[in-house]
Write a protein of this length. Structure first.
Length: 114
């Protein structure tokens, strides 16, 4: 059994790869900007990690979205809908949660095939 960890730290890795699947840690943006900008930045981090793992968004299996406030649902979706591969949409869940800081507005957790 081989497990590859990308950018491991003392608490977590940014990604773990096992058995043809890549699991990303929650990706957030620089806090303090609006939800659209945070969504774009966080999804760019998702793209970079998937590429480093040898995958891409067309192979996303599941996306979990946490919003600090569901009032931002439409603004987040406007960016997300432009990002997602429309030919290969993943399973997705979106909920409201208190994030790491009050300035963080959105977080994405992605699982993808290699």
């Amino acid at each position: 059994m081989t497990i590859t960890r990308l950018h491991p730290g003392p608490r977590m890795s940014q990604a773990s790869i096992h058995n043809g699947t890549v699991y990303l840690a929650g990706q957030v943006a620089t806090p303090g900007t609006d939800v659209a900008r945070q969504t774009k930045e966080a999804l760019a981090k998702v793209d970079a990690l998937l590429a480093e793992a040898g995958s891409d968004k067309s192979k996303a299996l599941q996306v979990i979205v946490w919003l600090a406030d569901m009032a931002d649902f439409a603004a987040m979706n406007a960016v997300y809908d432009a990002w997602i591969d429309p030919e290969n949409p993943p399973a997705r869940a979106c909920g409201e949660a208190k994030l790491a800081t009050p300035e963080h507005l959105v977080e994405f957790i992605v699982t993808a095939a290699l």
